[in-house]
Design a protein around this ligand. Structure first.
Ligand code: XMP
Length: 324
């Protein structure tokens, strides 16, 4: 019988054994997985862990501040923020294929980490960070073909997209766990509710929620629409009822609209609210019509480039949760 406390105890012991007296680096994404993985590692090796937060420009509104403020004040962990927005934009220029995007984002992540590690190593008098902590979950392992006999559905960047010249040894303390177990571990470790109950958000971020090329301007449009949807869902008290609600910008699609006396020719955004236990399967969430109406009205009023809001009513399977 596995209790949450025994999972924590066992993982902390394993991590301590794996890392020995070495030093570890962890990329915080802002999500619960990396936050819990880092908290476990910190419990095992203390301040020999340094967390790195990469601002890749694919974040949602306010996310950087939440990591720098909430997570650091809750854990007291060593945190370094790297502003890599330009680098990621350059690497993604002209790319429209979803798997290509994931591979590029995963590759750039690791390169940025390696540079951060070199900088930290130099600052600390030369001792190398040999270990890279990742918040890989069991469903990620299975969907990337790491489990017995399963097909590669999507190469999740934190499993399948790693470059071959990887110079770190991986520490993946959540590899056997489902999301609900990870949340319980986070609570057991004393992380605040805002982090433990946070909805999942993909590592490649808004980069896989823009259907088409990722540009700074399109990211701004999507960030604004996404912030409105999240605000209204939170205000309606629905955060605990949905697994997540991707907002997807159909950047290469335009449709005709009318606003005031003027004809518009703007982009649609898709709302993709889903209910799920573990993200392996999902159902579309029957959101109240008045909430949908508020989200739609606000997005089309407040985001000039968007003139249509549509609702995705597809379960998984056959649709995946994300559109890419
Ligand atoms: P799908 O779209 O495969 O998503 O039904 C299942 C869950 O995984 C998240 N997701 C990702 N997470 N890197 C990640 O770290 C990725 O490349 C990725 N793609 C999807 C998605 O948000 C959902 O929670």
């Amino acid at each position: 019988q596995w209790t949450t406390a025994s999972i924590v105890e066992e993982q902390v012991a394993r991590i301590a054994e794996q890392i020995g007296d070495g030093k570890a680096i962890c990329g915080l994404s802002g999500g619960v997985d990396s936050a819990v993985a880092a908290a476990l590692v910190q419990r095992a090796i203390g301040d020999r862990l340094t967390c790195v937060f990469v601002d890749h420009g694919l974040l949602r509104s306010g996310e950087r501040a939440q990591v720098e403020r909430d997570y650091v004040s809750a854990t007291g962990v060593n945190l370094v923020t790297v502003d890599a927005r330009e680098r990621f934009m350059d690497a993604l220029a002209g790319v429209t294929d979803p798997e290509q995007k994931r591979k590029i984002i995963g590759r750039e992540f690791i390169r940025v980490f390696e540079q951060a590690e070199l900088d930290l190593q130099a600052a600390a008098g030369g001792e190398k960070f040999r270990f890279l902590v990742q918040g890989t979950l069991y469903p990620d392992v299975v969907e990337s073909g790491g489990g017995a006999g399963t097909a590669n559905i999507k190469s999740h960047h934190n499993v399948g997209g790693l470059p071959e010249d990887l110079e770190f040894e991986l520490v993946e303390p959540l590899r056997a766990l489902f999301k609900d177990e990870v949340r319980r571990v986070g609570t057991e470790l004393g992380l605040p509710e805002t982090i433990v109950q946070r909805q999942p958000f993909p590592g490649p971020g808004l980069g896989i929620r823009i259907i088409g090329e990722v540009t700074a301007e399109r990211l701004d449009i999507l960030r604004s629409a996404d912030a409105i949807a999240r605000e209204e869902l939170t205000a309606a008290g629905l955060d605990r009822d949905i697994w997540q609600c991707p907002v997807v910008l159909l950047a290469d699609v335009r449709s005709v609209g009318v606003q005031g006396d003027g004809r518009t020719y703007g982009h649609p955004v898709v709302l993709r609210p889903v209910s799920s236990e573990d993200a392996m399967t999902a159902d579309w969430t029957r959101l109240p019509y008045d909430v949908l109406e508020r989200i739609s009205t606000r997005i089309t009023n407040e985001v000039a480039e968007v003139n249509r809001v549509v609702l995705d009513v597809t379960s998984k399977p056959p649709g995946t949760i994300e559109w890419e």
